[in-house]
Design a protein around this ligand. Structure first.
Ligand code: MF3
Ligand code: CO
Ligand code: CO
Length: 272
């Protein structure tokens, strides 16, 4: 269903949005962030990932919004839940989270047609120092990507900021998935690669909306897809982390639509 809508509306042209677009994205982004906020107290040892997905779906529906992933290209869940060596698109189910896991939960909500897409990382109880370090590097890489967003900059400046930092920390950037334009459409132009060269790619203009969502591995960057057709894992089974915000380009820089209203976006991890 969303597939057909995407095919209809995805033009390949980067859309420039006005004030009502910013208003719409603020509402969608805020609800997506609040959805992750309410999950935090449930990300504990022993929780079944399906229970987290149920909480997210109920929260979204209770707020008069729609879960964008449910039914998207045949996906049957509200969230993607990706622990440890799962890079992205982990499918919630019978799996139980255990102490020492690191986990990403990614949610996209639709509010009055606008898409708010965000993910963040949690540690399940205390985690190994190298796992905490990976999550810290991933979070910092998103911050560096954001700092590159301003009118006149290019998408390659974002990718370069992320890649150069991640590699300086002896981690690797996943190449197989990228950030994306969004708005009334879930996945639209432009692609936001998390690697690249300064001065390459599309010129950023006020009113563009897109996600930045770097996936960072402790080991090497190659991923493989499991037979369920969704779950992406690191080929070398190393740990992987991801952080995602939806943002808009403003006259002077950028606006994050998916910040946590209670200030909980930055992962609070306890090293064992
Ligand atoms: N939220 C993901 C993104 O950041 C997309 C998930 S699509 C799904 O773009 F179908 F796997 F849910
Ligand atoms: Co996204
Ligand atoms: Co997402």
């Amino acid at each position: 269903m969303t597939d057909i809508l995407d095919a209809d509306y995805r033009t390949g042209q980067i859309k420039i949005h006005g004030p009502e677009g910013f208003e719409g994205m603020r509402r969608a982004g805020r609800l997506a962030a609040e959805c992750l906020d309410i999950l935090t107290s449930h990300v504990v040892p022993g929780v079944v990932t399906q229970a987290l997905d149920d909480l997210a779906r109920e929260f979204i529906l209770d707020h008069g919004a729609l879960p964008a992933c449910l039914g998207y290209r045949g996906y049957t869940k509200t969230t993607c839940i990706s622990p440890n060596h799962i890079v992205c698109h982990g499918i919630p189910g019978e799996r139980t989270l255990r102490e020492g896991d690191i986990v990403n939960i990614d949610v996209t909500v639709i509010v009055d047609g606008w898409h708010g897409d965000t993910s963040r990382m949690w540690g399940v109880g205390p985690v190994a120092p190298r796992a905490k370090r990976l999550v810290d590097v991933t979070y910092e890489s998103l911050e560096r990507g954001l700092a590159a967003v301003k009118p006149g900059a290019r998408t390659g400046d974002i990718g370069h900021a992320i890649q150069s930092y991640v590699e300086s920390m002896r981690c690797s950037v996943v190449r197989d998935f990228c950030g994306h334009g969004l708005g009334k459409v879930f996945h639209d132009a432009p692609n936001i690669l998390h690697f690249g060269q300064r001065g390459a790619g599309e010129v950023l203009k006020p009113g563009m909306f897109f996600t930045i969502e770097p996936m960072v591995n402790l080991g090497k960057s190659p991923v493989k897809l499991l037979s369920d057709g969704w779950t992406a894992v690191t080929r070398d089974k190393s740990l992987s982390a991801q952080c995602e915000h939806s943002v808009g380009v403003t006259e002077t820089g950028y606006e994050v639509f998916t910040g946590s209203p209670i200030g909980e976006y930055r992962p609070a991890m306890i090293a064992a």
